[in-house]
Design a protein. Sequence first.
Length: 115
Amino acid sequence: MIDISTAALPAAVADYFARTTGGDPQDPVELFAATATVTDEGHTYQGREAIATWMSKTGGEFTFTVTPVKTEHDAMTTTVVNRLEGNFPGGIVDLRYRFTLTPSQDAIQDLLIAP
């Protein structure tokens, strides 16, 4: 389970981590805008259906733990740096999850995951 101070994160970002690493039974795809994009491992997924497919593939492929390292904020984005440790090639990696929210701040418009 990820231990991030949710007070320091926009609600949509905190909810994303709660739903993807904390065992929250709610579907994390609901947090994305209908036209949202996710870019991960050089591939871009657009729209909730494509994002749901990406999540189903990445969620069960490997077993790993997620530890937050730091958060960064600016006017447009929130970045959470996480350390992943598990049974994937290399066994450990720090990844930046850069979120851009909709203007109303209630949904994720873009998510870029990169080292």
